[in-house]
Design a protein around this ligand. Structure first.
Ligand code: UGA
Length: 438
């Protein structure tokens, strides 16, 4: 397996002791295989020539300009990878779509490959093999996946043979009954649909969390009760300050855009509303912080614990912490940020220079919490649960507020200590009710 990238710096990092991404278990896998059957290189041409099978795993971000701006997937990198593959291939290849792509991308890519390959008689078989692993659990998801999905032209012999070749690769460690084959378009659409449905579950429970706060119901109890229904199941029902990550929003917008292109406006609007609910949840959280703290957070030090979009990753793409921080800065807050994995440089890139005037990044939580008026929990890092909250209470201004955007802390214990606690979808603290005039 040779991993190629045009970016020399990134490849150098993959060949070093400091891998360019943090993912539990990844270091061990890379160190065990690198130089044996795993290689990292910038020599794309040689790798393409030598390969029988090429996984294309390039970025497919949301388009920033032009037709479909803000919704459609930008396939620039995909197309340029396809052009390189065509130019350099001298033997038959299986081309595997690993990147998340719009439905029928394989068809477009096949045209690019066929019309740009100068070598005579070279044949390309295109397969769709969407990736379902999640960050933070990627290695486990890879070694023991719920399923592997391979889409190909199973209506003809060549397509069936190409699918079988990839099935054989996975069958080295995945039980065959978990390796599903489908036609190309179904596989492509399954990826977008899976992410859209997962995000929709979170938006649904987040919508209910708002109602819980009005009615005195507890969203954790509701999640638990409905999760016991085997048709619903218990996973992905944790109310949160909002879903983030590089995929959910991008894939929903892409799915909705495809629907629009097919004249299915009602279907598109249904999926847009999942993103709308996510935005509402972030806004609602900021509103709660401001109103609880007597309608002003100007010049108040607010400790933000966590910036990554979920625990066990240093990834901040689309993290709800960006919008929450921006919202609090708009109201004049001074943010004291601590995340165990996200470096200050990354926060600077995400927030911009202007916002950084109101953000200080700390390398330890103690300094972030000293003299703070409030704590906001943005990421469900396990270490936050282990802090000595009694001691933290001593060093904070009073009343000391905790806004738990992940519902991970022991709220009863915090209230006992003296904190004013806001937890998503939980009965509202009487102090908050009176502060907000509710
Ligand atoms: C997601 C999917 O879960 C993967 O199956 C998919 O392969 C991946 O996108 C992708 O397309 O690349 P990922 O974004 O890494 O994986 O992380 P998730 O665990 O899905 O979490 C996404 C967001 O939802 C996080 O911000 C998380 O905190 C939030 N979340 C998750 C909740 O707010 N509540 C939940 O109950 C679960």
């Amino acid at each position: 397996m040779t991993v190629v990238d045009l970016n020399q710096q990134r490849i150098d990092a993959w060949n070093s002791d400091n891998l360019p991404i943090y993912e539990p278990g990844l270091d061990e896998v890379v160190k065990a295989c690198r130089g044996k059957n795993l290689f990292f290189s910038t020599d794309c041409e040689a790798a393409i020539r030598a390969a029988q099978c090429i996984f294309v795993s390039v970025n497919t971000p949301t388009k920033k300009t032009g037709l479909g701006k803000g919704k459609a997937a930008d396939l620039t990198y995909w197309e340029s990878a396809a052009r390189n593959i065509a130019a350099w291939s001298t033997s038959d290849k299986i081309i595997v779509e690993k990147s998340t792509v719009p439905v029928r991308t394989a068809e477009a890519i096949e045209k690019v490959l066929l019309r740009n390959c100068p070598a005579p008689g070279v044949h390309f078989d295109i397969l769709s093999n969407p990736e379902f692993l999640a960050e933070g659990t990627a290695i486990d998801d890879l070694t023991a996946p719920d399923r592997v999905l391979i889409g190909g032209k199973i209506e003809n012999d060549r397509g069936t043979a190409a699918c079988a070749a990839l099935v054989d690769v996975y069958a080295n460690w995945v039980p065959r009954e978990r390796i599903l084959t489908a036609n190309l378009w179904s596989a492509e659409l399954s990826k977008l649909t899976a992410n859209a449905m997962l995000a929709q579950r979170i938006s649904s429970i987040n919508a209910i969390s708002a109602l819980c706060e009005c009615t005195g119901a507890d969203v954790s109890q509701v999640s638990f009760a409905i999760g016991k229904d085997s048709r619903i199941g218990p996973k992905f029902l944790n109310a949160s300050v909002g879903f983030g990550g590089s995929c959910f929003q991008k894939d929903i917008l892409n799915l909705a855009y495809i629907c629009e292109c097919h004249g299915l406006q009602e279907v598109a609007d249904y999926w847009y509303s999942v993103v709308g609910m996510n935005d509402y949840q972030k806004t609602r959280f900021v509103r709660r912080v401001v109103s609880a703290m007597f309608n002003t957070i100007r010049n108040k030090k607010i400790a933000m614990l966590g910036f990554a979009f979920k625990k066990d990753t240093g990834d901040t793409r689309e993290t709800p912490a960006i919008d929450v921080a921006a919202g609090m800065i708009e109201d004049g807050a001074k943010i004291a940020l601590y995340d165990p994995q996200v470096p200050e440089e990354q926060v600077r890139m995400d927030m911009g220079e202007e916002a950084m005037k109101s953000i200080t990044c700390y390398k330890n939580p103690t300094d972030a919490l000293q003299d703070a008026h409030a704590v906001t929990i943005m990421t469900e890092w396990d270490e936050f649960k282990t802090y000595d909250w009694k001691e933290i209470y001593q060093v904070m201004h009073k009343p000391a507020f905790v806004f738990d955007g992940r519902n991970i802390l022991d709220h009863a214990h915090l209230s006992e200590i003296g904190f004013i606690v806001y937890a998503l979808g939980k009965p509202i603290d009487p102090f908050l009710k009176s502060a907000e005039g509710a």
